[in-house]
Design a protein around this ligand. Structure first.
Ligand code: DGL
Length: 278
């Protein structure tokens, strides 16, 4: 006997599919319902209150309509500002990407200096510094916002001279700090890994939170008895609040063949964020 209800996963767009990929690989009997809030994307430059309202709405939909047994917040910006509230108000377990990523980075460091990069919203929230205190991370954690990185990934420009120049500028404080481990605290940054590694140097270990989040999810399923019974071919569903065709096209490249089609989902409309970089 197992719990056959799906796991709900959401992100502001398709970047959280890196977490979905890790979940599918680690938990092959589980079904996922993934929501990409592409209509209100990006979250990075939005206010904390606005992102919290979006997260609330998406989780309510996942729990009430899709009957999910737990929720994975696969967006650093949303996890930064909404995780505590979601945990307190949602009747199912909620996992974010912040703590799993930070734990992995703290394990990886050899000199005790960890860097974290994320959107302006994530870094301004102080979520990583708070999590470091909560987890009693002994390493010194230095955070840096990287406005502009997400736009480069969106344009498919992951190793151009321009992104390299921007990375040199944004990462220089972390290089000065002498970090030997860098946590990619944004769903999009793994796609810039080569450029970031080039700039940081060969000795700096890059950590992405996707795998660690999947491990945390497995731990919760095991400890709560919510794991699914073994089954050969679980069916995953993908929901997009914006252009569904675009979501499938982009998403398939990131996730792989499991993303054959997507469904439309509608949330309250929101104006685009101010045109500043995120
Ligand atoms: N998903 C966001 C994050 O991980 C990046 C994209 C956005 O700004 O919405 O922070």
């Amino acid at each position: 006997m197992g719990d056959d209800r799906p796991i709900g996963v959401f992100d502001s767009g398709f970047g959280g599919l890196t977490v979905a990929r890790a979940l599918i690989d680690l938990l092959p009997s589980e079904q996922l319902v993934y929501v990409g809030d592409t209509a209100r994307y990006p979250y990075g430059p939005r206010s904390a209150e606005e992102v919290r309202a979006f997260a609330r709405e998406i989780v309510a939909r996942l729990v009430d309509v899709d009957d999910v047994k737990m929720v994975v917040v696969a967006c650093n910006t949303a996890a930064s500002v909404a995780l505590d509230e979601l945990r307190a108000t949602t009747g199912v377990p909620v996992v974010g990407v912040i703590e799993p990523g930070l734990r992995a980075a703290a394990r990886a460091t050899r000199n005790g200096r960890v860097g974290v990069i994320g959107t302006t919203g994530t870094v301004a929230s102080g979520a990583y510094a708070n999590a470091a205190r909560r987890l009693r991370v002994v390493a010194e954690v230095t955070c840096a916002a990287c406005p502009g990185f997400v736009e480069f990934v969106e344009r498919g420009e992951t190793s151009s001279d321009q992104v390299h120049v921007l990375a040199e500028r944004l990462l220089s404080p972390l290089r000065r700090e002498g970090v030997d481990t860098l946590l990619l605290g944004c769903t999009h940054y793994p796609f810039l890994a080569r450029t970031i590694a080039d700039v940081m140097g060969r000795d700096v270990v890059l950590v992405s939170s996707a795998d660690e989040t999947a491990f945390d999810t497995r731990l919760i399923l095991e400890s709560t008895g919510l794991g699914a019974a073994p089954r050969p071919a679980p069916e995953h569903r993908f929901l997009s609040s914006g252009d569904v065709g675009w979501f499938v096209e982009m998403g398939r490249r990131l996730l792989g063949p499991e993303l054959e089609r997507a469904e439309a989902v509608h949330f309250r409309a929101a104006p685009p964020p101010a045109a500043e970089s995120r």
